[in-house]
Design a binder for this molecule. Structure first.
Ligand SMILES: *[C@@H]1O[C@H](CO)[C@@H](O)[C@H](O)[C@H]1NC(C)=O
Ligand SMILES: *[C@@H]1O[C@H](CO)[C@@H](O)[C@H](O)[C@H]1NC(C)=O
Length: 392
C-alpha cells in the first residue's frame, strides 16, 4: 500500500515537472524550483510535499541585489481547513503551476514598470503552509498526514537562495503581500541574521498590517481566529520573543504588537480601508451575524451614511494601531485610503498612469526612495478620509 502511494506520488510529481518544463518552454522565465532536499529536513508543505520558489535572474547593475517576495493566501485555523489546502496550490507544491504567480508590479523585470527593482534577482516564495510561515510541529498525525512546518520552509528557501548566490548580495529586500506581507514583518529580523553586516537588508510589507481593532460585535473575533492558527501550527517559538514574553502568542501575530521590537528597517504599504480587513475583521460573519454589512463590505457605493461612519471609525482605529507604534527613522510607509487589498503586485496599483499617489509620489517610487535612503518616506493620506475606489 505504502509503496504504491509513494510511486503514485512520484509519477504525479514527474508529470508535473514535465508539464512545468513544457510550459516554461513558452514563457521562458520565472521557472519554478522544487527543493526536493528539504523533505529530509522535514521542511515541507502542509501535505508533506517539498517547498517551491520561482526565480527570475537579475541583470546589469542589479546582479548583486535580491528581492525575496512571500506570496499571500490567508491562513488555515483547523485540521479541516488545512486539509482542504492540500488539494490546492496553497498547501501542496504538487498542485502549483508557475502561472499561478505572475511577475508583475514589484516583481516586473521591466524598468518602466518597476524602476527600482526590475533588474534584481527576484524570487517568489510559494506559500504552502497557511501560517505565514510560522508553524513548526514535529509530530505528524498519520490520519491526516498534515505537516505544520512553515517556519522550516521559510528557512530552507532562504538557505537555498544564499547558496545560489544571495550570500554575496549587496542589497536584499524581504517583501510580501497579504499573509505574505505579514510574514515579511514577522520574519524581518530573522531574515537579517542570514546576511553579513555590510549587506543592506530591509523588509517591505504590502497589505500585511492586519490590525487588532474592535469589530462590529464590539469584540475581537479575529483574535480568536489567530489564536487557533498559532495553536494549530505551533507558531509560538517562531514569533518575536520580546513580544511573546509580554503577551499572548495570538497577539504577537499582530504587527502593532511586534513592530516595537523589530530593528531591521521596514516599510509598510497599507490602505486604512483594506478590503480583506473590512470583510474579515470588522465585518466578519461572526462579528456581523445579522449580515448588516453584507452589501456595504463588498461595494462602498452600497454603504449607508451610518455604515460609512462605522468604516471611518475603523480607519481611525487602524491609524491608532499603526501610528501609536514608535517608528524609528529607518521605517517608511505609504498609507492611503483605497478600498482594495494588495498594491505591490498588480501592475496598475504599483506603477501605472492611474496609480494612487501621495505627495505626487507613486507607490513604486516611494518604496524605491525609502530603500535607497534617497528621502524619508512616511506618507499617509490625511486629505481623504472616506474610502476611495482607486483601481480595481
Ligand atoms: C498569469 O498569467 C497567465 C497568462 O496570462 C494567466 O493565465 C493566469 O491566470 C495568471 N495568473 C494569475 C494568478 O493571475
Ligand atoms: C494610461 O495608459 C494606457 C495604456 O498604456 C493608455 O492607453 C492611456 O491612454 C493612459 N492614460 C492616460 C491618462 O495617460
Amino acid at each position: 500500500m505504502m509503496i504504491k502511494a509513494r510511486s503514485n506520488q512520484w509519477l504525479r510529481h514527474t508529470l508535473l515537472c514535465v508539464f512545468i518544463f513544457l510550459k516554461l518552454g513558452s514563457t521562458s522565465q520565472e521557472g519554478m524550483t522544487i527543493i526536493e532536499g528539504a523533505v529530509a529536513k522535514g521542511a515541507v508543505c502542509l501535505d508533506g510535499s517539498p517547498p517551491a520558489y520561482q526565480f527570475d535572474a537579475g541583470f546589469g547593475d542589479g546582479l548583486q541585489n535580491w528581492l525575496v517576495h512571500i506570496q499571500g493566501g490567508g491562513w488555515c485555523n483547523s485540521v479541516q481547513d488545512c486539509l482542504s489546502r492540500t488539494y490546492n496550490r496553497f498547501g501542496s507544491s504538487m498542485k502549483m503551476m508557475s502561472s499561478d504567480y505572475n511577475f508583475t508590479g514589484i516583481m516586473s523585470n521591466k524598468r518602466e514598470l518597476n524602476p527600482n527593482f526590475y533588474n534584481w534577482n527576484r524570487v517568489v516564495m510559494r506559500y504552502c503552509d497557511g501560517s505565514s510561515f510560522t508553524g513548526d510541529v514535529e509530530a505528524v498525525d498519520p490520519a491526516t498526514n498534515l505537516h505544520f512546518r512553515g517556519a522550516r520552509v521559510f528557512d530552507v528557501i532562504v538557505e537555498e537562495l544564499l547558496s545560489k548566490g544571495m550570500k554575496f548580495a549587496s542589497n536584499a529586500l524581504l517583501s510580501g503581500a497579504s499573509a505574505g506581507g505579514l510574514a515579511s514583518i514577522l520574519h524581518c529580523d530573522k531574515f537579517r541574521t542570514f546576511f553579513p553586516a555590510n549587506t543592506r537588508v530591509k523588509c517591505f510589507s504590502d497589505a500585511g498590517y492586519f490590525a487588532h481593532v474592535k469589530d462590529l460585535s464590539g469584540g475581537y473575533k479575529f483574535e480568536e481566529y489567530y489564536n487557533q492558527v498559532v495553536t494549530l501550527h505551533g507558531s509560538l517559538k517562531n514569533l518575536h520573543p520580546q513580544c511573546t514574553s509580554k503577551m499572548k502568542p495570538s497577539l504577537c501575530f499582530y504587527p502593532q504588537f511586534v513592530m516595537p521590537y523589530i530593528t531591521t528597517p521596514i516599510f509598510i504599504l497599507q490602505t486604512t480601508y483594506d478590503t480583506f480587513q473590512v470583510q474579515n475583521i470588522l465585518a466578519a460573519p461572526l462579528a456581523d451575524p445579522r449580515g448588516l454589512f453584507t452589501n456595504c463590505k463588498q461595494d462602498i457605493n452600497a454603504c449607508s451614511s451610518a455604515q460609512i461612519r462605522r468604516l471611518r471609525d475603523f480607519r481611525s482605529g487602524f491609524l491608532r494601531a499603526f501610528l501609536n507604534v514608535r517608528h524609528g527613522s529607518s521605517r517608511g510607509w505609504f498609507v492611503n485610503n483605497c478600498f482594495t487589498h494588495g498594491q505591490s503586485e498588480p501592475q496598475a496599483k504599483w506603477l501605472g498612469n492611474r496609480s494612487s499617489k501621495l505627495k505626487r509620489t507613486t507607490i513604486a517610487q516611494a518604496v524605491g526612495d525609502w530603500f535607497y535612503d534617497r528621502s524619508t518616506v512616511k506618507m499617509s493620506d490625511r486629505r481623504h478620509v472616506l474610502p476611495q475606489n482607486c483601481i480595481n
